[in-house]
Design a protein around this ligand. Structure first.
Ligand code: SF4
Length: 307
């Protein structure tokens, strides 16, 4: 940048760097989902997933290399925790995806449903266990002079981390989704033992008082595991548990991987579960998890030799 003065160039060189993660591999699903394997500066690997919607793309971001929480249905949890991602590494996933889409548009690839407008922190890691860096990344992502994404298009998904969840709510940097996956403390302890260290009733009481702008709701994520948490009594318990929380429920049918200890729920059980929630006046949507053929669907992200 020789058009800048020498002193300014010196300041820039001393204080900033522009390092993008290196794309190690790209996998494309038959449904249009794209999974990137990215290498960070220290060669640690993460995955980022670009999901085509009707008229836009959503990017699923990672916030940690691996995850310490070891939820029993999640492949990332099996990796263990390697390290926290830094704010620029988190934000750079967006640059990689935008660059990929720009190149795809230039190459006139078909089936590109528009721009990348939505972001979800639902990739590898628990974002609120890396809140310091995730917060910085969100400020960069939100800022008009940064990546300029609207707050209303960014969702942070968490199992609920005591104290940090309230701080996140005050920051108003993104929408909140909570990975609940069980209607009782006992069952949650079995499915996600480390996350369940924060008692479910306490978590739900914080959600009931969570600061929400008008017309906004918390998203509750509930992965239906065949025969484990998909019974009609679980749906009824969930209704009672969430009676004071302003929320909508995303139901996700579990995708069993090769070494899964759980099975997929049966269609009739999914419909019954959904119907019970509706009959009690709750908003519940059955989410289709995309990218299953490239192991990019919910709970399937893991770094192993089969990428
Ligand atoms: S579901 Fe989320 S919090 Fe649980 S192990 Fe997987 S990445 Fe970690």
């Amino acid at each position: 940048m020789t058009n800048l003065s020498k002193p300014l160039r010196k300041i820039l060189a001393q204080n900033f760097n522009i390092i993008w993660p290196e794309i190690r591999e790209i996998k494309e699903s038959s449904d249009g989902t794209v999974k990137f394997l990215l290498s960070l500066e220290d060669e640690k690997l993460i995955e980022t997933v670009l999901i085509p919607e009707k008229d836009h793309y959503t990017l699923c971001l990672s916030s940690q290399v691996g995850c310490a929480l070891a939820c029993t249905f999640c492949s990332t949890g099996q990796m263990g925790f390697k390290r926290n991602m830094l704010s620029h590494e988190i934000a750079a996933q967006i640059l990689v995806a935008q660059d990929y889409l720009a190149r795809a548009a230039t190459a006139q690839k078909k089936n590109t449903p528009g721009h990348l407008t939505n972001l979800v922190f639902m990739g590898m890691g628990e974002p609120l266990l890396n809140w310091k860096e995730v917060k910085k990344a969100l400020q960069i992502i939100n800022h008009p002079l940064g990546l300029n994404f609207s707050r209303r298009k960014i969702t942070l998904s968490t199992v609920g981390i005591k104290g940090v969840l309230q701080e996140f709510g005050q920051s108003k940097l993104a929408l909140l989704a909570v990975s609940l996956h069980a209607p009782t403390q006992e069952l949650r302890q079995k499915i996600m033992p480390k996350a369940a260290r924060w008692d479910l009733k306490e978590l739900v009481s914080v959600l009931a008082d969570y600061p929400l702008p008008r017309r906004e709701r918390i998203t509750i994520e509930y992965v239906l595991l065949g025969g484990v948490n998909d019974r009609p009594e679980h749906a009824r318990q969930l209704v009672r548990l969430l009676s004071r929380v302003k929320c909508k429920i995303n139901l996700i049918a579990y995708n069993p991987g090769p070494n899964s200890k759980y099975s997929a729920p049966e269609k009739k059980d999914i419909l019954k579960f959904e119907q019970i929630l509706w009959s009690k006046g709750m908003t519940a949507i059955l989410r289709k998890s995309k990218g299953q053929d490239i192991s990019a669907a919910c709970g399937q992200l893991i770094i192993n030799s089969t990428f």
